[in-house]
Design a protein around this ligand. Structure first.
Ligand code: NAD
Length: 332
């Protein structure tokens, strides 16, 4: 554990650079931990290792954790083991319950001998963040919201958008480390603010995908080519994250490997709409988006890629939105 004098010195010494230095010159004496090595966590943990940070990792899927040993990680035997070896712990977990389990269960991070800061990269909404942050604070630990946007590609390249909130001193101290993941936006000083920002972002992103899927399937039935529609939309006012990225890169080729499970997308919509209910904000469009995501999850399975939502609309309409090459091969 660092004394407050050491911490102050450290805060002064670490002026955040704009980008992550991927060589081993920015290594501090601090040790880091990473819990949750899924689609997002694994590449993010790898970026910390590439930057030279000392890292203990833990996932309930031990085989996945072991893939990072070649990159220099130490695989923790348990959360207690990780909490004994790391000063700062990053988490990238699927659900609010997983965040609670990792932080609050017996042997969880609340009881960690050494870890004093927990940085939550998951998308789990403001309520669990507020609740867990309070319990951790009572145990003398600091919670930082840091949910991310930008997908698996962004996690690999370090180009994520990070929505940070919490203790300003720690946010400044950790800025050079968090810069390994992408661009930081400090949205507040309270636990939960970063998570509020994130669920708003995700409902908007899902809404764009849902309506773009419907419109492109309609366009096919009206005789328009997918490539032509995208070219026009991306030059016009219909442009969005589905027309610029998800449809051309993951739907037209038929790969459906954007890397975000439809169950997680449904969960994010639910988290946002729950806040809408709580705050008395009617979210009519948001509820329709959630229903479509839920139907896709239930008919295609929870692990289907979120971009596969278009397949549900295609099935109903009897028309497919695929690139010329893919459509030609299917016809042969
Ligand atoms: P994932 O399901 O691929 O990974 C989650 C990992 O957490 C898995 O490896 C799982 O084994 C591990 N895990 C679950 N419970 C655990 C526990 N109790 N202890 C230790 N490990 C545990 O999910 P993901 O796609 O990597 O997403 C992680 C988080 O980031 C989610 O909250 C998601 O909503 C968010 N997110 C995902 C994307 C994306 O494109 N995939 C983008 C932005 C944000």
């Amino acid at each position: 554990m660092l004394s407050s004098a050491e911490m102050d010195t450290d805060r002064r010494a670490t002026k955040p650079p704009n980008t992550c230095n991927t060589r081993r010159i920015s290594v501090t004496s601090r040790s880091y931990g990473f819990v949750g090595l899924g689609n997002m966590g694994l590449p993010m943990a790898r970026r910390l290792l590439e930057a030279g940070y000392s890292l203990s990792v833990f996932d309930t899927r031990r085989d996945v954790a072991e893939t990072l040993v070649a990159d220099g990680a130490t695989v923790a035997e348990s959360l207690s083991d990780l909490g004994r070896n790391a000063d700062v712990v990053f988490m990238s977990l699927p659900t609010p319950d997983a965040v609670k389990a990792v932080c609050l269960s017996p042997g969880g991070l609340r009881e960690a001998e050494r870890a004093e800061v927990i940085v939550d990269l998951s998308t789990t909404g403001p309520r669990v963040a507020t609740e867990v942050a309070q319990v951790l604070s009572d145990a003398g630990k600091t919670w930082i919201d840091c949910p991310v946007s930008g997908g698996v590609a962004g996690a690999r390249k370090g180009t994520l958008t990070l929505m940070v909130s919490g203790d300003a001193g720690w946010i400044e101290t950790l800025a050079p480390v968090i810069a390994c993941f992408g661009k930081q936006f400090v949205v507040g000083t309270e636990a939960g603010s970063g998570h509020s920002m994130k669920i708003i972002n995700n409902l908007m992103s899902s809404a764009a995908l849902a309506v773009t899927s419907e419109c492109l399937v309609l366009g096919r039935k009206l005789g328009l080519e997918p490539e032509t529609m995208l070219e026009v939309l991306n030059s016009g006012s219909g442009r969005n994250s589905a027309t610029t990225d998800k449809i051309p890169n993951f739907v037209l080729p038929g790969s459906f490997d954007f890397g975000f499970a439809i169950a997680l997308s449904s969960k994010d919509a639910r988290l946002c709409l729950e806040e809408g209910d709580r705050m008395g904000v009617p979210m009519i469009v948001g509820n329709a988006v959630r229903q479509l995501m839920n139907i896709a999850r239930d008919s295609l399975g929870p692990d289907a890629d979120m971009t596969e939502v278009i397949r549900v609309v295609e099935g109903w309409a009897g028309a497919e939105v695929r690139g010329k090459d893919v459509a030609q091969k299917a016809a042969e």
